[in-house]
Design a protein around this ligand. Structure first.
Ligand SMILES: Nc1ncnc2c1ncn2[C@@H]1O[C@H](COP(=O)(O)OP(=O)(O)OP(=O)(O)O)[C@@H](O)[C@H]1O
Length: 257
């Protein structure tokens, strides 16, 4: 089944084009690594797909539901934005129970999920402290739990490991792999290329609002392989330096000259 499908998705702010003609098809169970330099349009794309922003042109469907139908899309998705959407005056547990209530998740089920995810992320001992006392990483963990309280089919994660210490970042990456293994789809924006290289099934590279490359990480590296280009970072630097043009698709078989 297709989890995310976009056709000609475009967002303009006046004369300026933040996202141009994005068409992607992402099957369920995929970890899709969404890369691009600052200002490329990654957050714009995620906000459109999370129904928080309307596109200027184009269509998109999440688990078959049009992004024009906000409530139909909302039940399928969880969104972890760059800035965790939390109430400072609540404790972590109050915050998560509040969101569980809004999502109409029975309290026993919510408590089981909150405790399980908070234990996995080593946040369990801090859940009864106020969010105002949380570090950046603790807020990130709470927001990650919040985004998946309702067990959504599709998760949009904007820089999910931002602010996390190495152990917590590793745990979160393992959780992302586990989510995909259980059939969930993870749309992951990050600047940390080794994370994408290791965890993404497919990579899409956005530059100045355009998708300039898409493919499996290894295939992208191999199709671009020439001279000393060997890592996804080299490929990223190479394709995002050039002016936007036609889309480069990774060849299924490596092309050697
Ligand atoms: N509300 C807005 N009004 C005008 N321009 C905007 C607005 N929001 C975003 N933009 C522009 O759209 C473009 C894409 O921004 P976006 O935040 O999607 O980039 P990004 O890839 O997420 O960047 P970063 O990696 O820095 O988070 C940028 O040129 C930005 O200045």
């Amino acid at each position: 089944m297709i989890a995310i499908e976009t056709n000609g998705l475009t967002k303009q702010y006046g004369e300026s084009v933040a996202l141009s003609d994005l068409s992607v098809t992402i099957p369920t169970g995929t970890v899709y690594g969404f890369l691009g330099p600052n200002g490329a349009g990654k957050t714009t794309t995620m906000r459109i797909l999370a129904t928080l922003l309307k596109p200027t042109h184009g269509t998109a469907h999440i688990m078959g539901a049009s992004i024009e139908n906000r409530s139909a899309v909302a039940k399928h998705i969880g969104y972890l934005p760059e800035t965790p959407p939390l109430y400072d005056e609540l404790t972590g547990r109050e915050q998560l129970e509040y969101i569980a209530g809004l999502r109409e998740i029975p309290i026993e089920k919510a408590t089981e999920r909150i405790d399980r995810l908070a234990t996995a992320l080593s946040l369990i001992d801090d859940l009864d402290d106020r969010i105002s006392s949380y570090s950046k990483g603790m807020k990130q963990k709470a927001a990650f739990i919040q985004a998946q309280l309702h067990d959504p089919a599709v998760l949009f994660l904007d820089e999910p490991t931002s602010g996390l210490d190495p152990r917590a970042a590793r745990t979160m990456r393992t959780m992302i792999d586990d989510l995909a293994a259980s059939g969930k789809t993870v749309f992951l924006s990050t600047h940390i290329l080794p994370v994408v290289e290791e965890h993404a099934d497919v990579v899409g590279v956005l530059n100045e609002g355009r998708l300039v490359a898409e493919g499996e990480p290894m295939a992208l590296v191999q199709s671009a392989e020439s001279g000393d280009k060997q890592s996804l970072e080299d490929v990223f630097l190479s394709i995002t330096r050039e002016p936007p043009g036609g889309m480069e698709r990774a060849a299924p078989e490596p092309q050697h000259e």
